[in-house]
Design a protein around this ligand. Sequence first.
Ligand code: GLV
Length: 310
Amino acid sequence: MTLLIHAPPSFRPELYRELIAKQAPDIAVRMRNEAGAPEDIVFAAGWNPPDGFWHQFPNLRGITSLGAGVDSLLRDQDIPPNLPIARLVDGQMARMMAEYVVLAVLSHRRGWLEHVRDPAGAGWGVSLARPGNQVLILGLGHLGTSVAQALQPLGFQVSGWVRTPRESPLPEVRLHHGRTGLQEALPHADYLVSLLPLTPETQNLLDHKLLRQAKPGAYLINTGRGQTVVEQDLLDALDSGLLNGACLDVFQTEPLPPEHPFLAHPRVMVTPHISSVTPPDSVVPQIIENYRRALAGEPLLNLIDRARGY
Ligand code: GLV
């Protein structure tokens, strides 16, 4: 009975093996490129496997994503339909996400980069601080809630948007839902923070129609998935002055091609999908727990809803 790890080198897969060996020496671990009988594999931790990959393991009882998102697993149309899939829910990842978004919001609000690039440009003692403290978080799940909690004490008024109605996780955060809710909330937001998962419903959701409804001069931060944004529509919105700027961590194509217009755009900040990276030491206990649950036939922690796609 073996746990398979399928992850690119940037995830430091060997570190997972070391941590599992220390914390659960009874669990055999195999890496994606190691030989062995496919029948041994009973549980897997994966990121971005090739299509059809899981069919070779007849005894597989569950998979956990190695990230907060599961789109890299569900992209595979061939993934066995009844296989339980879990995602990672981790406090350290939530803190990292909150730090990133606070950094992006405050940098824009205080005109940080303009001041740093050209300290005397606006004049000594002249602040480029911008007004506006309304933040709309698209996708108010575990990560979005952490972002809201970090922004509120700094004086930001935070609201959230989710697809389907539910109660707000934070009493002071108004939660909008559905298309109408989005139309209501968008024109008030100075900062639009997208933490949306990639699903058929969110793919290309941030297009010209939606961006046109944003408050003139709003600032977009995308740390969810690049495929939720129509990139040409975003460029048009920036160039027409509809949006003031954007801080983007995720893209339709990653790594971002060197000739991509975002890289040279004066009002776009680009980071290489680092807003929240999976910390192996923090998530290994939940991977071990889910291996044991899968073996015992118990429901996995942080099980996703296959129909919803997250
Ligand atoms: C990163 O994008 C993740 O899903 O954790």
